[in-house]
Design a protein. Sequence first.
Length: 67
Amino acid sequence: MQAANKLKSVFTRGAGASLGVWQMIPNANVSRALAKSPGVDWVMVDCEHGNIDGMPHDAPTHGSPHL
């Protein structure tokens, strides 16, 4: 874990800046690449407006299909 959470400290102090990115592409590799980008403090994954839907979360609740 990082020694300091920059976004949290910016909110706590009420001053400063934090750089983040807004992800709308449904891909874990994109998330990793964005998170590892130099200077990026946070990544917001938009599940409402992007192409990311609830299908992966809904699948386990419906049981296995009949074969």
